[in-house]
Design a protein around this ligand. Structure first.
Ligand code: AMP
Length: 405
């Protein structure tokens, strides 16, 4: 009988879910959807593998059932729709594993306590990730849960890569460069190793360009540097996030302009990036379709910063053998890929315009010294794979601890 894994990605008021069926070493999507409006007017939508809506429920009374009750209903609904197949575990996206977790981990009481101490490092995401784990444990105490971290893939960064030039005590208390989007990078690296093992064995930059955006330098499958640091606003400009910023700007906003910390946070996370620069939209499709100069400026800035950071990451690795585009913009925008690759000829990258427009996986010419690829990411599948791996090793480990209660 197939084993079934539930993957949860919990945000501030919504929980996205995906259900995978593991059958003879292949992982198929069985169901996916989300519970939105948690705390106000919850709504539950589920689709089958073909994208057909198979369930829609909403609650008219506000605030509606709490997270625990909703997750209990979700599990019961999933089990009803699995035709007797067994739900064996839940895997969670957890944004921060701190300096402790280099791999996904089976959640126990002490693990949950350790993850709780990381809330100050990711206050916008970590509390929601952990409250979903807690609510699911209450609704389904016997179900093993696995935490999969956005930071874990970068855990092996050298000291010089992960350290800010701040006093040592701050580094020691956790103020350091962690890197994020690790589940996406882990998945794409794995796919690259399958599709082009020779490239994956070399020096590769993976460009995760979605509404959040970052780059990762990967050598022989191992992350050695990333554009994201302490938080997910570092590095490249994104849909609404500013990317790297002179810390003096933050001081100026606080002191000279008298903004509060909450106002600065809102500005940097939700009003900056492509939206802030263009004043038009955070969606790259709108900017590419616009003939306004502000849209072109936002696109130029985005491309400039990507190119500059690819140069920096190539310098970290001492060369470049491959560039892989992934996530919404990276996978679907030939224009942005072309604009980036055109400026990387000096590194030996020769884009094949036809392959790029056609939507091929490999988009560089056969003679290009640097291979360019487009590989769709799938963070949920990565979480499901991690979860099954952790479950298999926990089953073999006699010292397996108590699950979280
Ligand atoms: P993600 O966060 O990976 O889901 O990516 C979402 C972003 O991808 C959206 O904000 C869009 O800006 C961008 N996107 C999606 N489709 C396209 C497209 N065809 N061309 C350019 N950008 C796109």
């Amino acid at each position: 009988m197939a084993e079934v894994v539930l993957v949860l990605n919990a945000g501030s008021s919504s929980i996205k879910f995906e259900v995978f069926r593991s059958r003879s070493s292949a992982l198929e999507v069985a169901l996916r959807g989300q519970i939105s409006g948690i705390g106000t007017r919850p709504r539950f939508v589920a689709k089958d593998a073909a994208g057909t809506v198979v369930e829609e429920r909403s609650w008219s009374a506000s605030p509606g059932p709490d997270e625990e009750a909703l997750l209990g209903e979700l599990i019961a609904w999933i089990e009803d729709h699995l035709g007797g197949e067994r739900l064996v575990a839940a895997g969670h996206r957890v944004v921060h594993g701190g300096s402790r977790y280099a791999d996904p981990v089976l959640v126990t009481g002490p693990v949950l306590d350790a993850l709780e101490t990381l809330v100050p490092l990711a206050p916008l995401h970590q509390p929601h990730n952990l409250s979903a784990i807690r609510a699911l444990a209450a609704a389904h105490p016997a179900l093993p849960q696995v935490a999969c971290f956005d930071t874990a893939f970068h855990r092996g960064h050298a000291d010089a890569v992960s350290r800010f030039a701040l006093p040592r005590a701050l580094h020691d208390e956790g103020i350091r460069r962690y890197g994020f989007h690790g589940l996406s990078y882990a998945y794409v690296s794995r796919e690259l190793a399958r599709l082009a093992p020779d490239v994956a064995a070399g020096k590769v930059v993976i460009a995760h360009l979605g509404s959040g955006a970052s780059l990762c330098a990967v050598e022989d499958g191992v992350s050695v540097d990333s554009t994201m640091g302490f938080t997910a606003i570092d590095g490249l400009p994104m849909g609404t996030r500013c990317g790297s910023l002179d810390a003096g700007v933050v001081l100026h906003l606080l002191e000279a302009k008298g903004m509060s910390a909450a106002e600065v946070q809102r500005l940097l996370y939700t009003q900056s990036g492509l939206l802030g620069v263009s004043g038009i939209s955070n969606d790259m499709r709108d900017l590419l379709a616009s003939d306004r100069p502000e849209a072109a400026q936002a696109i130029d800035l985005f491309v400039h910063r990507i190119v500059r950071e690819i140069g920096a990451l190539a310098a970290t690795m001492g060369g470049l053998d491959g560039l892989v585009f992934t996530a919404g913009i990276g996978e679907r925008s030939p224009d942005i890929r072309e604009a980036v690759c055109r400026r990387l000829g000096w590194l030996g990258l020769d884009l094949c315009p036809d392959a790029n427009r056609r939507g091929s996986l490999r988009v560089s010419t056969p003679g290009s010294r640097v291979a360019a690829w487009v590989i769709p990411t799938d963070e949920e599948r990565m979480i499901a794979l991690h979860t099954l791996d952790v479950l298999a090793s926990a089953a073999m480990d006699p010292s397996r601890k108590e699950l979280v209660q």
